[in-house]
Design a protein. Sequence first.
Length: 278
Amino acid sequence: MEEVRTEDILIRDVETKNIMTKSNLPVGGYSVNPYVGCTHACKYCYASFMKRFTGHTEEWGTFLDIKHWPEIKHPEKYAGQRVVIGSVTDGYNPQEKEFGNTRKLLEQLRGSGADILICTKSDLVVRDIDLLKELGQVTVSWSINTLDEKFKDDMDAAVSIERRIAAMKQIYDAGIRTVCFVSPVFPGITDFEAIFERVKDQCDLFWLENLNLRGGFKNTVMDYIAEEYPDLVPLYDEIYTEAISRLWKTKPRNLPRSMIARLWIMKCLMEGFRRGIR
């Protein structure tokens, strides 16, 4: 296994027996991640839990494993199946320009008839417009949870919001279905109405997802809110600390803890917006 360090990113090659993994996501089908890790280094990234399974001790966002897999011999067996590219990585991370794993994957899915969903924060996806049009049933989703470039820069190392929006328009104008994925929604910070107004004429779907602070990055996010948005500290304490504490004491018996937590957080989030907190 060869390791190379470039620009503070540890890069290594890894072999995998099968690139197509049955998905546990709500959308079903298959989850495909051409890389391990993600150099966008989002401070709120739920995928950082993957370190438990990969053996990485490096900080999330500072390593990237380049997967090598046997060629997909019979892509037609995925006909009609949802194939999600980028559930725990971004297939269009900056290193994709050099290594081309995502393009290779798309080439191997030619003729599959799969329903492909690409999740990204990048504009590099426009490089593959030719392939996306050839594949046919493709949706490209961009995570956009702010129009404030400073907040974006504080949260991730991906390309600017303006570049994401421009890429969305290019893909949309090419006749490929697009999604604006407002994820995660930061209570009191994310102005999803303003985002909607910016993208409504160049996206087919508008998705929202709540901020999940179950991982080890909770302290990082809460410390950031305290420093940059001190007026929002009571709201975040209510949603992510006090509400959860009360929840475990009063939860209905027949619902799983994860479901109750999500419902409670969304309830508090909406209450925050109704109180006019921006």
